[in-house]
Design a protein around this ligand. Structure first.
Ligand code: GDR
Length: 326
């Protein structure tokens, strides 16, 4: 039997890289869509020579559909799109196009491959806790109403609903509703990496501040490699369903900053190094997001392997090492 084939969009991102590595280690033939102008593509190709990269554009619907049909994947992981909630407020239309509409194109392509080949095609949508918006129940699970409050959340909600629509048409389509998940590969546009990169510098220099927005936002931060593992388990599950992927534990942005600064050696003085910049506050920012991952634990045997303190420590230590290498 020939190797299983996977098509990953967003392969050069944080999750894409971990996912590609997991699939390649499992003997899967990995194909990835990369944007023509993706600055990370050359480095990704160098570090993952076994992966087959296809230049393309999420906004080119005909090209996207043709790619799915050409690769004829057994598994599709749709990770691409605008991933920053903050950015989506500036660019709501682009977000709708890349995070929402492109998912519909991918689903259409996957169903066409399944119908033509007669083989099951598993489709995993990287959905997001942002689809719940300001939820009124805590923790959030697969039955929580979808009620986004950001352009990003609305685009993800559209994709999420389309997964259900295509599941109804016979595609093995799954939404993994991912809560925040971090790693040393997170870009500094996200609050965790912004904090750990700054904490490493402050630890080294003994001075400096981290400019932040909402310090009181409470998030359920998990370890990104655990979340891609959940996506692969979902793709291979007997039935296609939605799964919340989360740790169930929350911390505030301030707690993240404190833990990171302490890890970097700043000690009780950490408060002096954190400042609020009102420019960084969002028009709407959900105060608390926490997920109930009971279903994925029960049905897929998944569980998080890295807790909050270790996650922060790994990110800070990585940033300290980067500074030493300079
Ligand atoms: P989020 O991640 O929007 O939750 O989306 P982000 O790390 O950007 O924000 C988390 C929380 O921190 C607050 N915050 C700041 N955020 C940023 N980026 N910069 C700051 O300076 C800052 N100060 C405070 C934010 O207001 C927010 O409350 C992530 C992404 O990975 C999405 O793709 C994914 O779908 C969701 O998580 C689940």
């Amino acid at each position: 039997m020939s190797a299983r084939r996977a098509l990953v969009t967003g392969i050069t991102g944080q999750d894409g890289g971990y996912l590609a590595e997991l699939l390649l280690a499992d003997g899967v033939e990995v194909h990835g869509l990369v944007h023509h102008e993706d600055a990370l593509a050359a480095e990704f190709a160098r570090t993952h020579p076994e992966a087959v990269l296809h230049p393309g554009d999420l906004a080119d619907h005909a090209g996207l559909r043709a790619l799915v049909e050409e690769v004829e994947p057994d598994e599709v992981y749709n990770l691409a799109g605008v991933s920053s909630v903050a950015f989506s407020w500036e660019h709501p239309v682009t977000t709708a196009e890349l995070t929402g509409v492109a998912a519909a194109v991918m689903l259409q392509g996957a169903l066409a491959v399944q119908e033509r080949s007669g083989r099951r095609v598993s489709f995993v949508q990287a959905s997001s806790s942002e689809i719940f918006g300001e939820a009124s129940t805590f923790p959030q699970d697969e039955t929580t109403p979808v009620r986004p409050v950001s352009p990003y959340g609305a685009a993800k909600a559209f994709a999420h609903h389309m997964v259900t629509v295509y599941r109804g048409k016979g595609l093995h389509a799954t939404s993994c509703i991912l809560f925040n998940h971090e790693s040393p590969r997170r870009p500094p546009t996200f609050v965790t990496r912004k904090i750990t990169a700054a904490a490493a510098r402050i630890g080294r220099d003994g001075h400096g501040t981290i400019q932040l927005g909402n310090l009181d936002a409470r998030r359920d931060w998990g370890w990104a490699p655990d979340y891609v593992d959940a996506m692969v388990r979902a793709a291979r599950h007997a039935t296609a369903e939605d799964f919340v992927i989360a740790t169930g534990e929350t911390h505030t942005v301030a707690e993240f900053a404190e833990t990171a600064l302490r890890r970097a050696g700043v000690g009780d003085d950490w408060r002096r190094h954190v400042e609020v910049d009102p420019e960084l506050l969002r028009p709407v920012d959900t105060p608390l997001m926490v997920g109930d991952a009971g279903k994925v634990r029960r049905e897929l045997g998944w569980q998080p392997t890295v807790g909050f303190a270790e996650l922060v420590a790994q990110m800070v230590d990585h940033d300290v090492e980067l500074l030493q290498d300079r």
